[in-house]
Design a protein around this ligand. Structure first.
Ligand SMILES: Nc1ncnc2c1ncn2[C@@H]1O[C@H](COP(=O)(O)OP(=O)(O)OP(=O)(O)O)[C@@H](O)[C@H]1O
Length: 325
């Protein structure tokens, strides 16, 4: 499978002449990359993806794929695979017929269709399910059919809009591994829309964090997590302590705060709540007139501290990130 790079150049899209859904977005996605558009509901992720797919055309700006300007190329000539949260399978057709659909539309021969459908179903571990109908499959299996249908056309780009959103947590995590593994095996460029920051951190090579139609920051999961540039990014990705004590806002992740005996502490405080998370506990500690979040990993069966306990807080200044805005 060949993969292609994608470039959005100052792309803007508004609806009804007022809602600016996407506001001057410029992005370069590399060929073969797993790239996520991450942000809260309404920030313009889906609209951006739909402009790459060709379901929406930008008011201004250009869309390039594989170095070619495709802004005016219709959807069916873009050679892209799409997967949605609602699997959008044909309920009365079998798994094999669903997967074969795109190939039949393209006039591929019967024998070639059979070969490619079998290969696509093998890629998503659904060999043997050819004759079932969607209603006879679990949610995860239906989403794998949708994936097989998207990859069977050997797209240069795979576009996924919250594809795992309808699955329960456990299955969702398993499908995250499977999708990532499939993308690497195929080497296809994958653009993934999600509002789930853990999912984006776990799967992506790079992430664009979006806010109100604009891209706030683009970077690897580690960069986005460890070096957020803005308050919005710091706050959206995981928990954060914002320290608004100087000229610029500064941020400190809860796991960088240590709970120590008060004699060794920067600040003395009191535990307000202790949320047991399994291998770690997230504490809310009131100290110096505000509340701090501190995450402590532990090997014991329960949280070592409880509400009301006196604790000291300590951290290294090198762990503080200065934000631009
Ligand atoms: N067809 C449309 N007509 C009018 N407004 C629209 C249309 N599509 C999107 N919008 C608006 O554009 C903005 C961005 O929507 P978009 O679906 O791109 O966001 P999103 O980040 O994908 O959100 P979600 O995660 O909720 O799907 C929203 O304010 C939305 O209401």
């Amino acid at each position: 499978m060949t993969s292609a790079s994608i470039k959005l150049e100052s792309v803007t899209k508004s609806f009804d002449g007022k809602v600016v859904a996407v506001d001057g977005v410029t992005l370069e996605i590399k060929a073969g990359e797993f790239f996520s558009l991450l942000g809260p509901s309404g920030c313009g992720k889906t609209t951006s993806l739909r402009m790459i797919a060709g379901f929406e055309s930008p008011d201004s700006g250009r869309v390039h794929v594989g170095g070619q300007d495709i802004t005016d190329v219709p959807v069916h000539h873009r050679d892209m695979g799409m997967v949605f949260q609602s699997y959008a399978l044909f309920p009365h057709r079998t798994v094999a017929e669903n997967v074969a659909f795109g190939l039949r539309m393209r006039g591929v021969s019967r024998s070639e269709i059979d070969r490619r459908v079998a290969a696509a179903l093998a890629q998503v571990a659904l060999t043997g399910f050819e004759h079932r109908r969607p209603a006879q499959l679990s949610g995860g299996q239906q989403q794998r059919v949708a994936l097989a249908r998207a990859i069977v056309i050997e797209p240069r780009v795979l576009l996924c809009d919250e594809p795992l959103g309808a699955l329960d947590r456990k299955l969702r995590q398993q499908m995250q591994f499977e999708l990532k593994e499939l993308q690497q095996r195929l080497g296809v460029t994958l653009v993934f829309v999600t509002h789930d920051q853990e999912e984006a951190l776990a799967m992506s090579d790079r992430i664009a964090v979006m806010n109100r139609g604009k891209v706030e920051q683009v970077g690897s999961p580690t960069e986005i997590y460890e070096r957020p540039r803005t308050r919005f990014v710091a706050d959206f990705i995981g928990e954060i302590n914002l320290l608004d004590d100087g000229s610029k806002p500064r941020a400190l992740r809860p796991e960088k705060i240590r709970l120590v005996p008060t004699a060794q502490a920067r600040l003395a405080g009191t535990v307000e709540t202790a949320n047991f998370l399994g291998g770690a506990t997230l504490y809310r500690v009131s100290a110096g007139g505000r509340t701090y979040l501190a995450r402590e990993t532990h090997s014991g069966e329960r949280s070592p501290r409880a509400a009301g306990d006196a604790v000291g807080l300590a951290w290294n200044d090198t762990d503080i990130v200065t934000l631009e805005s």
